[in-house]
Design a protein around this ligand. Sequence first.
Ligand code: HEM
Length: 465
Amino acid sequence: MLPGTLCNLSNIHDHTTTNLKQCGGTFLFKGPWFTNHNFLITSDPMNVHHITSKNFDNYIKGSEFYEIFEILGDGIFNTDSHKWKHNRNILHSLFRQNSFESLVVKTIHKKLHSCLVPLLNDVSESGTVVDLQDIFQRISFDNICSIVLGFDPKSLPNKLIEFPEVAFEKAFNMMEDVMFYRHIVPRFVWKLQKWLQIGRGKSYTECEKIIDQFLHQCISSTFQEKSKVNCTKDDDEPTFNMLKALVEESGMEQIDRKFLRDNALTLLAAGRDTISSSLSWFFWLVSTHPVVEAKILEEIRANFITKEEYWLITSRLENLNKLVYLHGALCEALRLFPAVPFEHKCAVKSDVLPSGHRVNANTIVIYSPYSMGRMEQIWGEDCLEFKPERWISEKGSIIHIPSYKFIAFNAGPRSCLGKNITFIQMKIIAIALLCNFQFEVVEGHNVSMCFYYSSHETWLEGQGY
Ligand code: HEM
């Protein structure tokens, strides 16, 4: 099966979906005997419910996951049992703080006002073509860094100039590329590359250095700021950020720098590409479905009286909740193009899935949110259509779909902690941009879910590596 997968790398998610459909939703992937590259793949919602909730304790991230994502250390993504619980309890209490949601709203408004809207005005006036995905990655990166670290790397400019290269952001992109690569090639290959310091093995070591240096600076300045007594602050500067709150939550004396580093990096990874990729797909879908765009605008106009008002109005969460059609359109984008297209778990003990498939101890089990969003059994015959209406009940409210069917934010005890702030950010950006601009996709442009391929080596040389 490995050659077939390698030949279909550029459309791996569609290839997997076709195979899953042919096999009734679950199959065992067998790699060459010497690679130990075997795993069970499923898109059956009952299996997913079993794995994520009913028999949650039996399906852990495990040691292979830890090795692939080693750069995230002992952060919440990478840990199991009591270590995960400890991380989850602390982070959950931060996400619940009132000041957290208002920080998110304030941060996104500031970025929209000062950078994104002026930049797109420039683009529109000059009639230039821009890569919206790059722009969304930059705004999401600046936002999540401000929210988590209290530091804005300013990777998004406010006018049409050459976009700045932020070393930390570039290293971050590379880190994600390496993690994905490790999912595809057999373990011994990437391990050997790391040991010999060649190819992506070398890239890994170098991007780790850049990331660590940057995070340690941020952590040190948080400690310094905390220790300053009468420290004066700019009125405009938010007083809350997650790193600072983590230090406060755990008491400065005992807190471990590694805990801060690992969880801060995990939150940055959790909150950047997820939002930027979802926004990119959302805008692509809306631009290619003018009827949906018109309905979103109609709903916005019916709720917000003037165009200028949206700045003020979108800062009130109850106003955002009124936009049911917009919510449905965002859910559709997440259903068809989930930011986490596959999930990876390891069975502790042998088990039998509801579909009747046997899982031996230590087997890797993968479920595919991308394929699940394309299953007729879950979404009906029109499952490939972008149809916000499927989320809206006759009474006009949002239809609740169980998370083991709409799996974009995962399900069960390990479900996404950032789901609420994701919808807040995406709605505010969508409203601001759709009310001010009309987007057109460049004719003939190839749009697909693909790897992040870039000339990493060239960039690293420029950084002195
Ligand atoms: C479109 C946006 C997002 C999507 C689709 C998404 C999706 C997911 C998924 C699928 C998981 C489970 C991952 C796994 O167990 O392997 C997850 C976990 C998590 N997400 Fe999100 N996420 C999004 C945005 C965010 C944001 C903005 C944050 C906050 C900064 C966030 C924080 C987390 C955290 C902390 C976890 C770990 C939960 C745990 O393991 O207990 N996410 N997310």
